[in-house]
Design a protein around this ligand. Structure first.
Ligand SMILES: C[S@@+](CC[C@H](N)C(=O)[O-])C[C@H]1O[C@@H](n2cnc3c(N)ncnc32)[C@H](O)[C@@H]1O
Length: 491
């Protein structure tokens, strides 16, 4: 918007300049009146007025409410006309400079004797092409003898040279300025298109928000290339969290419907509505974008710092014969572990890859036989809570155990409310569940009032199906207004 405003004021300035010069250059000035014709000045005047009118149309267009874009559309049509005007006038003047020697000869011959005398005296020259042709007796060209003895081979003795030099300089400046105006007009045209597009998008998202009861969490879709830019990383954290929360609700509802044996007409309609909302939000791409924002350095960076910090505390990085084979599930960026690449060999995977170095792979579809005991460490950072189905969450942790080497490490991250405010989950319950799966807790980090909880587990043994019993069904552990986060195991 700032750029648009700047360009609009440049257009106004161009209009004022064009208008002012078209008026000022009308004053009697023999040379200027020869160089810039009345027609040129009228064209300049019209151009100036057109720019100023365009400025007011643009202002009238931009002050409308977001959904009224017609004013800006009209502005663009007007700017298109301005551009054509600029092109015609600029090109006409430029073309004139190509034939100015001959053109000024016509003007010289048509000029009154008084005009010719003044020009001869001003430039100390006689005649036009030759000193002794079409000259006038004047102060400088005092008599025929003086004129005849002027050397015709000295170009400055005939008036064509100084006159066309002045005309050249003036006309070049004029058409360069006019083409400069063209840059303003075209940039403003493009900027206006952007403003129209942005307003239409804002309107669209406003409507979506209104449909959802005005919660206002929907944000525009931004190209992935912008992930790491300052503008994205400075988006409001609350906005990112709202999108992420809403996305989780949607994919959970979607999974519940899709898991039904039979779908009623109402279910099908609801599924369509959920899919449309996910689509409108920008789908998984947008969710990842928001998650990446949450991971930005300006928010304390990603969770991998904690994982690496813990591994270092345990001196896992020291004296290794080979690199620690890490499987990073749900990787938004390929280089999360690049600072530790001397001792960690990371394999990032995600449901939807945002980079060629991230393998597109559903963790739940990894072949357990092929991957059995393959990995030294697995990171499931904010991934388990993404999985909509409680049993799939259990499957995910169980599979992590299967594919970890003995004494391998599992780094788990969950939003804190998943354990502190769930009807079905507590820290103790999670730990018992992880023990049943064959993990022992090595480290845990969270703080009262914080947003995240982090765990480091070590694989002690394979999952023991006989210990699964109490984790196969929902057990209400807390009452009250709480969330339903849960993890269930299947035997
Ligand atoms: C909230 S982001 C977490 C990103 C990052 N790990 C972090 O800690 O900020 C969750 C990511 O997990 C990915 N994800 C969810 N389920 C997955 C699965 N079954 N296999 C692979 N990736 C998965 C999603 O596509 C998404 O990119």
């Amino acid at each position: 918007m700032g750029i648009w405003a700047g360009l609009t004021f440049c257009l106004l300035a161009a209009g004022v300049i064009s208008l002012a010069f078209s008026i000022v250059w009308r004053k009697p000035d023999i040379l200027m009146n020869m160089v810039v014709s009345k027609a040129d000045l009228t064209a300049g005047l019209i151009l100036g007025i057109a720019f100023i009118i365009s400025f007011f149309i643009a202002i009238a267009g931009v002050v409308q409410r977001n959904h009224v874009t017609i004013g800006l559309v009209i502005t663009n049509y007007v700017l298109l006309v301005d551009a054509i005007g600029v092109l015609v006038i600029g090109t006409f003047i430029w073309f004139y400079t190509l034939t100015e020697r001959a053109d000024f000869n016509v003007l010289w011959l048509a000029a009154t004797p008084q005009v010719r005398q003044e020009l001869q005296d001003k430039f100390q020259c006689c005649g036009y092409f030759m000193p002794n042709q079409s000259f006038e007796i004047s102060n400088f060209c005092a008599n025929t003898t003086f004129v005849n003895q002027l050397n015709p081979n000295v170009s400055s003795n005939a008036c064509v040279t100084p006159i066309t030099a002045f005309a050249d300089y003036t006309l070049n400046n004029i058409f360069s300025s006019i083409y400069g105006f063209m840059a303003i007009v075209l940039c403003l045209l493009l900027a206006t298109l952007c403003v129209i597009k942005k307003r239409q998008e804002d309107e669209r998202f406003k409507k979506i928000d209104a449909k959802r009861g005005g919660k206002g969490f929907v944000k525009r879709k931004v190209p992935i290339s912008k992930v790491a830019t300052a503008s994205t990383t400075s988006s409001k954290p609350q906005a990112s969290r709202n999108v992420i929360r809403r996305f989780h609700i949607l994919i959970k509802s979607k999974a519940q419907l899709e898991n039904k044996q039979m779908l009623s007409a109402q279910d099908v309609e609801e599924l369509g509505r959920i899919n449309a909302e996910i689509e409108e939000m920008g789908g998984l791409e947008w969710y990842q974008q928001m998650s990446a924002v949450g991971q930005g350095d300006d928010r304390g960076g990603g969770s991998e710092k904690i994982f690496v910090g813990w591994l270092k505390e345990m001196k896992i990085h020291e004296g290794r014969p080979d690199k620690l084979q890490l499987l990073e599930v749900g990787a938004l960026k390929p280089e999360n572990y690049r600072h530790s690449c001397s001792w960690i060999q990371n394999t990032p995977i995600d449901l939807r890859s945002r980079h060629p170095d991230i393998r597109e792979q559903d963790f739940l579809l990894l072949d357990p036989i092929e991957n059995q005991q393959k990995w030294d460490a697995i990171s499931l950072s904010l991934v388990v809570n993404f999985v909509p189905d409680s049993k799939d969450r259990g499957r995910m942790l169980s599979l992590a155990n299967t594919i970890l080497k003995d004494s391998g490490y599992l780094f788990l991250t969950l939003p804190l409310p998943c354990v502190t405010n769930s009807r079905y989950m507590t820290f103790d319950h999670l730990n018992s569940l992880m023990e049943a799966l064959g993990f022992i807790e090595l480290r845990r980090r969270w703080k009262e009032g914080g947003k995240m909880a982090y765990w480091l587990y070590e694989k002690q043994h394979e999952p023991r199906l006989q210990d699964f019993e109490k984790f196969t069904k929902k057990i209400i552990l807390r009452s009250g207004n709480r969330n339903n986060f849960n993890i269930l195991l299947t035997r």
